[in-house]
Every structure is written in C-alpha cells, then in structure tokens.
Design a protein around this ligand. Structure first.
Ligand SMILES: CC(C)(COP(=O)(O)OP(=O)(O)OC[C@H]1O[C@@H](n2cnc3c(N)ncnc32)[C@H](O)[C@@H]1OP(=O)(O)O)[C@@H](O)C(=O)NCCC(=O)NCCS
Length: 163
C-alpha cells in the first residue's frame, strides 16, 4: 500500500489509546460516561468515513457493560457499519481493554448506535448502501433490522402515553 493510499469508504474504524487518570469514576475505574463518549466518537468517525458526510447520532441502544476498564489499560473501540437505510447508518461498536503488562485482553462493552448523515442545513442526506457479504455480516444486519423494529414499537408505545 502506498503512503497516500485512500480507501474512500472504510466500513470500520478502530480507535486505540490509553485509559487516563482523568477518565476515572468514584470507584477508581473508568467512568461509564467516558466509555459512552468513546463509543460516540468511534461511531461518528465510522459514519463520516462511510458516508463522506457530516453525521449526527440519532440513537444509542443495547449498551452493555460487561467488565470494568482500569486506568492504564489500552482501550480499543471498534466501530463497524452493519446496516444502512436511506440516510441512516447502523453501527456496531465493540470496546475492549488490554493490560499492557500481561497482554490480557477482555471485551468490556458492546452496543449498537445509529447515525444519520446530514447536510449543512441539517437535512438528511442519502448514504451509500452497505451489502452484507459473510454470514456474520448477515446476522449483524438482521440484528440491526430487528432492533429498529423493536424501537418503532417502543416509540409508538411512548407516544400513546401522551394521549
Ligand atoms: C437526524 C435528524 C435530522 C433526522 O430528522 P428526522 O425528522 O428524524 O428525519 P427522518 O424521520 O427522515 O429520519 C431520518 C432517519 O433517522 C432514522 N431514525 C429516526 N428515528 C430513529 C430512531 N429512534 N432510531 C434509529 N433511527 C431513527 C429514520 O429511520 C431515518 O433513517 P433512513 O433515512 O435510513 O430511513 C434529527 O432527528 C435530529 O436532528 N436529531 C438530533 C441529532 C443530534 O443532535 N444528535 C446529537 C445528540 S447529543
């Protein structure tokens, strides 16, 4: 690959950095809010890379914190397009932490996040469609579609409460 190689539409991106003392919570571990910020940042970079347009978060769902992250661990935040609609990009985000002393790596957090591409006026923009290739991709896409359906039902329930 040449130094100037440009992949115009990368499907995924991984942010990699050290968990810093400024990320700590009252229990001495990384703050959940810091992890959510990293998830949003990785999702944003992934969405903009895929669409080539400024994108905004419209939904963060199914977030699960499996294990704590400790200060000084190497954090990896992988964001990957798993489904596209007209303007939306459904992105699976996976967070892991590695102890640099031992190399032991653990998955800490997972979630699905939806971004929408918008223009300078804030109107939605059509995004390039993503087609699943592998069986794993197809399963991910089915999951994203299923979650979108559940969200519609939830939102309808919430609206019904307004009377
Ligand atoms: C993004 C935004 C411009 C879209 O406007 P809108 O009126 O909802 O537009 P639409 O109804 O046409 O929906 C646009 C897309 O969002 C998707 N969407 C809407 N509600 C959604 C939800 N709850 N979950 C997931 N996707 C959703 C729609 O399915 C649609 O996708 P598609 O084009 O692929 O079919 C508007 O919702 C917005 O500005 N939201 C705030 C974004 C923001 O500030 N984020 C930062 C929060 S801190």
């Amino acid at each position: 690959m040449s130094e100037n190689h440009v992949n115009p539409r990368p499907r995924d991106i991984t942010l990699r950095f050290l968990a810093e003392p400024t990320d700590v919570n009252f229990g001495g571990k990384v703050h959940g809010g810091a992890v959510m910020k990293w998830i949003d940042q990785a999702g944003y970079a992934c969405a903009v890379g895929w669409s080539g347009s400024y994108s905004v978060t419209v939904y963060i769902g199914g977030i699960r914190f499996y294990k704590p992250i400790f200060i000084g661990q190497i954090v990896e935040v992988n964001a990957m397009v798993v489904h596209t609609g007209t303007s939306s990009m459904h992105i699976a985000v996976d967070v892991s932490a590695t102890d640099p002393k031992t190399g032991a790596r653990k998955r800490t957090t997972r979630c699905l996040i939806v971004f929408v591409a918008v223009d300078a006026g804030g109107d939605t923009v059509t995004v390039p469609s993503w087609t699943p290739v592998s069986e794993a991709d197809q399963r991910f896409e089915q999951y994203a579609i299923h979650m979108a359906q559940l969200r519609k039902e939830q939102e309808a329930e919430l609206l019904a409460m307004d009377g």
